[in-house]
Design a binder for this molecule. Structure first.
Ligand code: IVH
Length: 676
């Protein structure tokens, strides 16, 4: 990459980092997970490390948090509030200790004693006490300058307002963490993603009376500027903090030896789910203040401390219960209800167990201690079980033989293609007999790719179902709005909006309608194929009387599995009734049938580069409407390569080698007797 490109890439990442920072620190509304945030930070630092010319005042190497927000007066810290470097493995810790030993010019057998303190995931604050009086409290801000949040901090009970102990230094900044206990977060979880955001948001209320309403806690662990501090060790300082009336972490320990640090780390990680506060690692500090002073700082972190972080996508917790959820297609999915735990900034209380086979294979039981993984946006799942922690009286989980919703027999189907019995157990009921399946069908019906009725989400489906306003899809178009208007949370305006959104969707394309029915194995693509084949709703509906299923096999892309599923759908009387009722209330647009003998019959196309005035999706439709086909790579099967702006050279070269026609957009349009 040339310098210019690197600079552009770097600037882009810096802009993104600035934005994430702002949302995280100033607005308390993170845009991305902690892991993505940290990853971006690492990428920027890596670039700066390789390309020394890169620099920005917004680089993570320059500032700790985000600049203080404008709501509060700003003030400089008397001693900067530093950040901590991170360690993720035993190896990182060994390196950390080695560097310290080298720096202090000690032998390898020099015993370093650490203060090991669980790292509470909250908001740090610096409290200035002069002559024992709490005078001012600052947030961390960018580490150099913080926000004056004295009035808000003063509402916190854990922060002593006056300390008369004779040992208390006459001028000191006491530093620690403001946080919300998990049990208190329960009442705030509708508003915030995790306790940390809740603490940050509450602390930044403009009116201290609003802060007062939130049960914020404070734990002390460090100091900034000081005059008259007599202690020489962190462990002694922590003890004194207790005597002076501050809260300290009950899990703080003094430890020496990396092996012992790791043992303590594992022990605490196992306890995490049972703690009433979120921790995201353990902070190790050299216990001796003289050594701390000698070691000093690097950039914006001390050399004498490190944070041993817990994995940002895994955590240990307990399985409280195993619930069986029934999906739209009747699939029974076991879900582990776990003791809520913060994994990378997201509170996880459910983990999927996939299916019956998975439970049996891993012998997962209620009461087990499990490692839960949350990777990307996928549903968290159970990685493993700690058999040693299993309770003596625990019992194997017996998967229900009957549907937990409607009581019908459950079955495991034989898959003709794989010649294996399905891993998934299903409720054998059909149509709208099973309550859970019906609700899920309705949720699917209003979902984004289906009817996409604005303001009609899953919660509303559940609520209207409970109130018996809904049972079948057609009921959506026959709602009694006068009843809705009287419900809690609804008013004239919201009902008016709902009526508008529903009426708007009464005009629907055939393919969306077919997809909305939620026929098993008929997803968006298949619904499209079927709509092209039938062209009108009445012809599609006719399947119930004509039952010309064999013909469907001629549709390219539709196989036996799909046809079977369509057959089952049409053999159910309730489904037919739903179709008849929908026909009465909807206006279904006919599909344009692709001509079988169009101008592009038996011809295949591939596009490379950007086209002018037409999207790839539209071009694909255009090709298909004229009986042509698109392929995804250059091969002997390709007839025409259409070249747009900035094409891939390799594709053109390959096409030429294979003597494939290489044409531009205008030539393609001429093939259709069109000019572009
Ligand atoms: S010491 C220079 N001790 O971790 C020392 N920090 O990334 C820095 N934290 O901003 C602070 N528990 O919000 C220290 N026992 C503890 C801590 C702790 C949590 C947080 C604090 C700090 C961040 C460092």
């Amino acid at each position: 990459m040339n310098t210019k490109k690197i600079q552009i890439l770097y600037d882009k990442k810096i802009q993104l980092f600035k934005k994430y920072n702002q949302y995280y620190f100033e607005k308390s509304k993170p845009l991305v997970s902690d892991k993505d945030f940290d990853d971006l930070k690492k990428e920027i630092l890596k670039l700066e490390n390789i390309y020394k010319f890169l620099q920005s005042e917004n680089s993570p190497s320059n500032y700790v948090g985000y600049k203080p927000s404008k709501n509060f007066e700003k003030a400089f810290h008397r001693a900067p509030m530093l950040s901590l470097s991170n360690a993720f493995s035993e190896e990182d810790l060994l390196n950390f200790e080695k560097k310290i030993t080298n720096y202090l010019s000690k032998n390898n057998d020099f015993e370093i004693i650490y203060s090991a303190e669980p790292k509470i995931d909250g908001i740090s604050a610096s409290l200035t006490y002069k002559n024992g009086n709490f005078e001012r409290g600052l947030s961390r801000g960018d580490g150099k300058e913080g926000e004056d949040i004295t009035a808000n901090l003063a509402t916190i009970k854990d922060i002593p307002k006056k300390i008369s102990d004779k040992d208390f230094p006459k001028d000191i900044d006491i530093r620690g963490e403001v946080f919300i206990q998990n049990s208190d977060f329960e009442n705030l979880k509708e508003k915030f993603a995790n306790p940390r955001n809740a603490a940050s948001g509450s602390l930044r209320q403009k009116n201290p009376e609003d802060t007062k309403k939130i049960p914020l806690k404070f734990i002390a662990y460090a100091f900034g500027f000081e005059q008259g501090l007599k202690q020489k060790k962190q462990s002694d300082y922590l003890k004194k903090l207790d005597e002076w009336g501050f809260k300290t972490n009950p899990l703080n320990k003094t430890i020496s030896g990396i092996k012992n640090l790791v043992q303590n780390y594992n022990l605490v990680e196992n306890q995490r789910a049972n703690l009433d506060f979120d921790i995201d690692g353990i902070v190790y500090k050299i216990n001796d203040f003289d050594l701390q002073k000698r070691l000093g700082n690097v950039a914006n972190a001390p050399r004498w401390a490190i944070a041993h972080k817990f994995s940002s996508n895994k955590a240990i917790s307990k399985i409280l219960d195993i619930e069986i959820q029934v999906g739209r297609t009747g699939a029974l999915t076991p879900v582990a209800k776990i003791k809520p735990i913060n994994i990378g900034g997201v509170i996880v209380s459910n983990a999927t167990l996939h299916n019956e086979d998975e439970i049996n294979r891993k012998d997962i039981r209620v009461g087990d201690t499990a490692v839960i993984e949350r990777a990307g946006d996928v549903i968290p799942h159970i990685l493993s079980i700690d058999i040693k922690k299993r309770l003596k009286n625990s019992k194997r989980f017996i998967f229900p033989e009957n549907c937990p919703s409607c009581g019908s027999k459950t079955i495991k189907e034989f898959n003709k293609i794989t010649k294996k019995v399905d891993a998934v157990r299903r409720c054998s009921s059909e149509g709208y007999y099973c309550e859970k399946i019906s609700i899920e069908k309705l949720k699917h019906f209003v979902s984004k790719e289906a009817f996409n009725i604005e303001g009609f989400g899953k919660k509303i489906v559940e609520n209207f179902w409970k109130l018996k306003f809904l049972k079948y899809p057609q009921d959506i178009f026959k709602l009694d709005y006068s009843k809705i208007e009287k419900l809690d949370g609804w008013g004239q305006l919201s009902v008016k909006n709902l009526i508008y959104s529903i009426n708007q969707k009464k005009n629907i394309s055939l393919e969306r309608l077919i997809y909305s029915l939620g026929i098993r194995h008929i997803g968006l693509e298949n619904a499209k194929l079927l709509s092209k084949h039938f062209t009108s709703f009445s012809k599609f509906k006719n399947l119930s009387v004509q039952s010309d299923y064999e013909d469907l096999l001629n549709i390219d892309g539709i196989g036996e599995t799909q046809v079977n599923s369509i057959k089952i759908f049409f053999s159910n009387k309730t489904n037919i009734k739903v179709l008849n009722e929908l026909e009465k209330v909807l206006v279904v647009k006919n599909a344009i049938q692709n001509s079988k003998d169009g101008l592009l019959k038996n011809k295949t196309f591939l596009v490379t580069g950007k086209l002018n005035g037409i999207s790839r999706a539209e071009l694909k439709s255009l090709i298909e409407e004229n009986s042509g086909k698109t392929v995804s790579s250059v091969s002997k099967k390709l007839n025409y390569l259409i070249i747009g702006d900035k094409p891939t050279k390799k594709k053109i070269d390959n096409a030429k080698k294979l003597k494939i026609n290489v044409i531009d957009q205008a030539e393609f349009m001429r093939m259709l007797n069109k000019t572009s």
